[in-house]
Design a protein around this ligand. Structure first.
Ligand code: F6R
Ligand code: MG
Ligand code: MG
Length: 364
């Protein structure tokens, strides 16, 4: 039987400011999904949050881009928006860019990552959810996981992975996609994904076409044409066997690499891997955070979730992220802490610059 895993998320209000999702929203989403589970519309689900983003993890057998699943997610976000408004939460309904549902939730504000799989004899699934960053933040992580033998020894010593992987890369500006094969086209791949604000890894496949990874690539700013919030991304990974081991999947997060999207969606900051309990960006609205949940799928049932970064072995990554934050903060409003101008185009900066336009004089 084919199983679809859908992770659909939206920021529909948080407290205080953009810190975290209010428990009442989670209760609401849980109770609605409980009904959908009873009526058989979803096989299983889990509601969680990454900072101020409400995350719906669902399994079903309706395939990806399914109207029913997208519509029910939309209606959950709508109902949670009402709860958020009732509590006067900050940014209530922020990611709901449209008034009415039109068949597919993509492009309407919420972020979506979905994969349809034939469940293996044993199917470890890892779901990563980040706050205060953008979909391109996964580029470095996925490259290390699926293409870097210094991260993933399986690429060298496991016959199952030795042939490498295929990366589907999306150009978010031109709305085009390309497939590149690693290791054969590694340098071409890097030439693109080294620009994570534009080129984003959408999917990774084993060479036998089995899907191994999928990300959300919804850039809210590009959808709305102006800054309306962050595009805080999610990602689903299949681990073990044909794919990297759980430890190989987690290893790239130990670097706390620099990502875009901190404070006002306008700053470069380190990505800090945290356990669920530390999942609320506070200092400088950050640092950007990522949580990871691990499941052993069982005929579509999620089973018990493992809190992947709830581990002392990630303490040094967290320490590093804090030290990096200290250092980056010393730059104040200067690049490269602040994003380059092209990436500030959809923020609130252009309005400020507009005011100065008239005062510029020609240099003789
Ligand atoms: C939102 C985010 C925050 C906000 C900042 C300003 O997830 O990244 O850093 O951009 O708190 O928010 P507003 O403009 O709503 O006052
Ligand atoms: Mg918010
Ligand atoms: Mg967020």
């Amino acid at each position: 039987m084919k199983i679809t895993i859908s992770v659909i998320k939206a920021d529909v209000g948080s407290y205080p400011g953009h810190c975290q999702v209010h428990p009442d929203l989670m209760v609401k989403a849980n109770s609605i999904l409980d009904e959908y589970k009873k009526s058989g519309q979803v096989i299983d689900f889990m509601v969680t949050h990454a900072g101020d983003d409400l995350e719906l993890i669902m399994t079903h057998n309706k395939g990806i881009n399914n109207k029913e699943i997208h519509e029910l997610s939309w209606s959950i976000f709508k109902e949670c928006t009402e709860v958020a408004k009732g509590l006067k939460l900050y940014g209530a309904g922020q990611d709901m860019l449209s008034d009415a549902f039109s068949g597919n939730i993509k492009g309407m504000g919420p972020g979506v990552a979905e994969m349809e799989i034939e469940e293996r004899k044993s199917e470890p699934i890892l779901i990563f959810m980040a706050d205060k960053t953008e979909p391109g933040a996964w580029n470095y992580i996925l490259y290390k996981m699926f293409a870097d033998p210094f991260n993933t020894p399986g690429l060298v010593i496991s016959g199952a992975m030795h042939q490498g992987f295929v990366f589907e890369v999306h150009d978010l500006i031109e709305n085009k996609k390309i497939e590149l094969s690693a290791p054969e086209e590694l340098y071409d791949l890097l030439a693109l994904i080294g620009t994570p604000s534009r080129y984003v890894i959408k999917r990774v496949y084993a060479k036998n076409n089995e899907i191994g990874a999928v990300t959300s690539t919804d850039k809210l700013s590009l959808i709305a044409g102006k800054y309306v919030g962050k595009d805080d991304p999610v990602m689903i990974i299949r681990a073990q066997g044909l794919f990297p081991a759980v430890g190989e999947c987690l290893e790239p997060f130990s670097n706390a690499h620099l990502v875009a999207g901190g404070m006002r969606g306008s700053h470069i900051m380190p990505l800090m891997p945290v356990s669920e309990k530390d999942n609320h960006p506070t200092r400088f609205d950050g640092p950007p955070r990522v949580i990871g949940l691990g499941f052993q799928l069982n005929n579509g049932k999620l089973g018990k979730a493992a809190d992947l970064f709830n581990d002392v072995s990630f303490d040094s990554a967290r320490k590093r992220a804090n030290l990096m934050t200290n250092y980056m903060r010393t730059h104040g409003p200067f690049m490269p802490h602040r994003l380059p101008p092209e990436e500030m185009e959809y923020t609130t900066l252009p309005e400020v610059l507009e005011k100065l336009k008239e005062r510029f004089q020609k240099i003789e």
